[in-house]
Write a protein that binds this ligand. Sequence first.
Ligand code: KG4
Ligand code: ZN
Length: 333
Amino acid sequence: MLVLGIETSCDETSVAVVEDGRRILSNIILSQIDKHAIFGGVVPELAARSHLEGIIQVIDTALRQAGVGLKEIGLIAGTYGPGLIGGLLVGLSAAKAIALSTELPFIGVNHVEGHIYANFLVHQELVPPLLCLTVSGGHTNLVYMPEFTKYQILGQTRDDAAGEAFDKVARVLGLGYPGGPYIDRLAAEGHPVIQLTQTDALANTYDFSFSGVKTAVVNLVNSYKQKGRPIPQADLAASFQEYVVSVLADRTFRAVESLGVHTVLLSGGVAANSQLRARFKELGAERGARVYYPPLELCTDNAAMIAACGYYRFCRCGPSGLDLPANPRLKLA
Ligand code: KG4
Ligand code: ZN
């Protein structure tokens, strides 16, 4: 079955055609990053307007590149949350309108669940049970997935998402937006020699907290500035990144041991981080777990993952109603 996926929850207008949840025929991503970069973050109204301007052309391009028409499509999948309400409404309305006019079934997809399915598009051997760490600009979840579309949330962030912390630390260091890739590159030039936090108060849980380490960086930068001393940018980036990676690894590999799972998935924008990928591969090899992550272009937001997730959900639970509302705060059930 061919699925047309539509994703507009943040600052990428994306439409994809995916076969049977596993094979990408097209995956068009119109990024708005340049429009938001001058503001240092995503401006919701600007994002919504840009989705509206781009969506029709992106749908046309995705179909053309896949070499199919709507007649060949079997299901329309659209993100209905979580995300920015203005953007969600654009993509969801487009998905419903196509479904209504073509009499195709429609399915609403949870964006965070979608991130997990990016892995199934490239690792054909993957099947549950799995442990998934989803780390993005808005979410940090450690989830056990016993079978397709079933989830048990083991841990989540108590404050900032991992990507949000990367973006804020990059901003205070005067780097660009989004900050993750800048920190990733800068950290490679430094050493993790600066102690940013004393204790890990959540060490006995599977939950995460990143606001403390972020504030520590902000305070240190301010004190260097006040004293007129040069800011050790690369060492700060390396120390911050080391902290985040070690906390993510600690929670994940403790869960690997206690649940006895042998497969770990990384997903979400922060899964593009080179140190995170390397550390997880290393620890996986040591602890007897296979570690998978998507290629860089499928880590960040894209519609192929939404189409893949929509396919598995539709096969197990059937279609959504056309009255499904957008839900900016949608949780992973
Ligand atoms: O999944 P995503 O595209 O959007 C959300 O659903 O939030 O994730 C975007 C986040 C941003 O915070 C960005 O800074 C982060 O992913 N990111 C990275 C890297 N590339 C993107 N964080 C760390 N290292 C990277 N290489
Ligand atoms: Zn995302």
